[in-house]
Design a protein around this ligand. Structure first.
Ligand SMILES: [Mn+2]
Length: 468
């Protein structure tokens, strides 16, 4: 018999809502998993990726993970892990550092045997490399075998890769796939193999409403998968449906019905009623001791809503910057589709695809001709990797001249949408603190889902490999 804790998506270092308390919460959740593992004396802890929230964790996060791994090591509990999309570096991985210290084992194509179960690993495979992916797992002579990997698999929500493409051609017959990436826990049987997500250990997004936890998996003839809860920070969800004529008072009344002390309060406003200023709602929750309050209002208001636009208005600044870029009509059209408030975030990639198809169909080369930018010597804002026009292989004639900034942004959006509800950092439309803008931009730039080796990684990171 082999009994393991299957965890993952611990996202250490995530300073959610720009709060240091939240960063500490993520570490605390992982500590709890380790404490349970020691108390239960399990045979191993299996980590299915995204130990860290991004590929450049702070020293504090690296040490935090180290202390948890040491706790497990002191108790003689091995840690078996793979690399997730959030933390993936170009060559040597953080996991290699812990392995070199004897505190973890990076799983791969060779079996790592614990008790009577052989464990294999497969790091997150970016979409571009799935076509030619061929599983290659060395044989084992254990009673059971399990594969640990990270990715969004069917038949679960947001699934984008069929687990059978890994399981079927493999020479090893797996009893179970222990997965990470989808933060919603779930278990299914796919052609005789148990496929299970343990879920994230803390809420990496307000969309993760259910209680957090991990899996306890026992291999003993059969595979037994149980779920165990973790005691994480309280998230109080206040969903308000406003009737006509109702406004901020109604929202405040509803918030006051909850004990929000030390909680993250997530207020979602729908229905009719008057516009509600988020600050007025945040005030009442913070007065009652809430750690953070987020107000999401998906309602739309007609243009007559009075709004002061000052030079400090970020939307205004973006509009101005877009003007300066000298985008073609087509690019501005697409930019509008990306940023327009009436296209839901999750529909943006589809809307853009449709818009591009329409523009190509119309076949007017002038539409794709860029306008001379007002200022040419300044690089575009943002940290998108630079692309050349030749990247857009199936573009129409004249696409050489098409400014590709909007396209690059769309790609990112698509990645985020797919990583998406599973993995997103912040809910769309939520309001940040006034000082949070820059940090949000930074977080977005670092959380590129599919490209572990993105250009954003600095050269300095290569030094890790030198020491391993
Ligand atoms: Mn994750």
């Amino acid at each position: 018999m082999t009994r393991v804790i299957h965890t993952g998506d611990t996202h250490l270092g995530y300073r959610q809502y720009h709060r240091p308390e939240r960063r500490e919460d993520f570490l605390e959740a992982f500590r709890q998993v380790a404490a349970d593992a020691v108390e239960d004396d399990v045979d191993a802890v299996v980590h299915a990726g995204d130990l860290f929230h991004d590929r450049r964790p702070d020293l504090g996060d690296i040490l935090g993970a180290l202390s948890v791994l040491r706790t497990l090591d002191d108790a003689g509990i091995p840690v078996l892990a793979v690399v997730g999309n959030h933390e993936a570096k170009r060559s040597a991985q953080w996991l290699d550092l812990y392995e070199s210290l004897g505190l973890a084992t990076r799983l791969g194509s060779e079996p790592v045997v614990v008790g009577d179960t052989a464990f294999y690993g497969l790091d997150f495979v970016p979409r571009a490399r799935r076509e030619e992916f061929e599983p290659a797992f060395e044989p084992h002579d254990s009673d059971h075998a399990a594969l640990v990997t990270h990715g969004l698999f069917e038949p679960f929500d947001f699934g984008e890769w069929d687990a059978r493409e890994i399981v079927e051609p493999a020479d090893v017959e797996f009893d179970a796939l222990l997965l990470g990436d989808n933060h919603d826990p779930g278990t299914a049987e796919v052609e005789g193999t148990w496929v299970t997500y343990c879920g994230s250990t803390e809420r990496a997004s307000a969309a993760e409403r259910e209680d957090r936890g991990y899996n306890l998996v026992t291999f003993d003839g059969e595979v037994d998968i149980r779920r165990r809860g973790l005691d994480t920070r309280e998230f109080v969800y206040v969903d308000v449906e406003l009737a006509a004529g109702e406004g901020v008072d109604r929202v405040r009344d509803r918030v006051e019905q909850y004990d929000v002390e030390d909680a993250v309060v997530v207020v979602t406003i729908e229905g009719e009623g008057e516009p509600v200023a988020p600050a007025d709602v945040e005030e009442v929750a913070l007065d009652r001791g809430a750690l953070v309050t987020r107000v999401t209002d998906h309602r739309e208001f007609a243009e007559e809503t009075e709004r002061e636009v000052s030079f400090a208005d970020p939307d205004d600044a973006v509009r101005e910057r877009v003007r300066e870029l000298g985008l073609s009509d087509a690019a501005r059209d697409i930019d509008e589709t990306v940023r327009a408030s009436d296209v839901a975030d999750s529909n943006v990639d589809e809307a853009v695809q449709q818009r591009v198809a329409e523009l190509v169909e119309a076949g007017d080369a002038d539409t794709f001709a860029s306008v001379e930018p007002a200022e040419t010597d300044e690089p575009p804002t943002g940290s998108e990797p630079e692309r050349t026009a030749s990247d857009s292989s199936d573009g129409p004639d004249g696409s050489d001249d098409t400014e590709v900034e909007a396209e690059a942004e769309t790609d990112d959006d698509a990645d985020e949408a797919s990583d998406g509800a599973a993995d997103s950092t912040e809910p769309a439309g939520s309001t940040g603190t006034s000082s949070g803008g820059a940090e949000t931009a930074e977080a977005t730039a670092e959380s590129d889902g599919d490209q572990p080796a993105a250009a954003a990684e600095s050269d300095g990171d290569a030094t890790l490999e030198d020491y391993l």
